[in-house]
Design a protein around this ligand. Structure first.
Ligand SMILES: Nc1ncnc2c1ncn2[C@@H]1O[C@H](COP(=O)(O)OP(=O)(O)OP(=O)(O)O)[C@@H](O)[C@H]1O
Length: 238
């Protein structure tokens, strides 16, 4: 079943076209990686899926409903949650309180406090429940980003460069959490520059450049495609 369907999205800031004729479908249970150079328009795509940015043209369908003009808060209640590239926790609140915010404003119909406790356990944050978010290491801030999003009980989880800046062992630990979350049935779209991390979990890759979808397919084929070689290694490689 198709969970997310982006149809011919276009978005410009002045003369700068950041999303161009972008269409993409994501099936329920998919784990899709999005790859592309800096400034390619990846985060803007997430913003149009979550609703913080509205496309100039095109449609966003989620879970069988057209949500193109729907507010971000309503989309969150429908089951879209995200993490941000630069973690912005509520630094003066504890880990538990931060996760409780996600549980309170998301889709979950459970008791938010129970939901927050469950998510802390799932994401390995339970031993830091009473720690102030402002005092966390980068890995734990990234975990908290994901935990806060998961607390909203999403059907679709959008991860924006969550592996950036982590050491190899921290990255392995985060990958395990992502795999576990995916195994519970959450559909995931992950924007990432750390290609080996993305390759190890993604079932499908989508490559974006200058706001356009350049190619998509199984990770191995995409990484060996002339389009990707051209983007990352210059025209001659193609
Ligand atoms: N609100 C805005 N106003 C003007 N320009 C913007 C705005 N948001 C994004 N842009 C521009 O749109 C382009 C795409 O930005 P975006 O953040 O989507 O790229 P990205 O692929 O996520 O980049 P990165 O990998 O560096 O995070 C960039 O040139 C950026 O400067």
């Amino acid at each position: 079943m198709t969970l997310l369907d982006l149809q011919d999205l276009q978005k410009s800031y002045g003369a700068l076209a950041v999303t161009q004729n972008f269409s993409m479908s994501v099936e329920q249970g998919d784990l899709v990686g999005i790859l592309g150079p800096n400034g390619a328009g990846k985060t803007t795509l997430f913003n149009q899926i979550t609703g913080t940015v509205k496309p100039d043209h095109g449609e966003v369908w989620f879970d069988g409903e057209m949500v193109t003009q729907m507010d971000a808060s309503k989309r969150c209640q429908m089951g879209i949650a995200r993490s941000f590239q630069v973690p912005h926790p509520f630094v003066g609140m504890t880990v538990y309180e931060n996760i409780l915010v996600g549980a309170t404003f998301g889709r979950s119909s459970f008791d938010p406090r129970k939901q927050a406790l469950e998510i802390m356990d799932k994401t390995g944050m339970d031993d830091k429940a009473n720690q102030l978010a402002g005092s966390l290491t980068l890995l734990d801030r990234k975990r908290l980003e994901m935990a806060r999003a998961l607390a909203a009980d999403p059907k679709l989880l959008l991860l924006d460069e969550i592996a950036g800046g982590l050491t190899d062992s921290e990255c392995v630990s985060l990958l395990n959490t992502i795999r576990e979350v995916h195994e519970t049935g959450v559909t995931i779209i992950w924007i990432e520059h750390v290609v080996h991390a993305l390759m190890s979990v993604a079932k499908r890759l989508v490559v974006v450049d200058f706001g356009r979808k350049v190619t998509e397919g199984d990770p191995e084929t995409v990484m060996n495609s002339p389009e990707v070689k051209s983007i990352y290694m210059g025209e001659d490689a193609a």
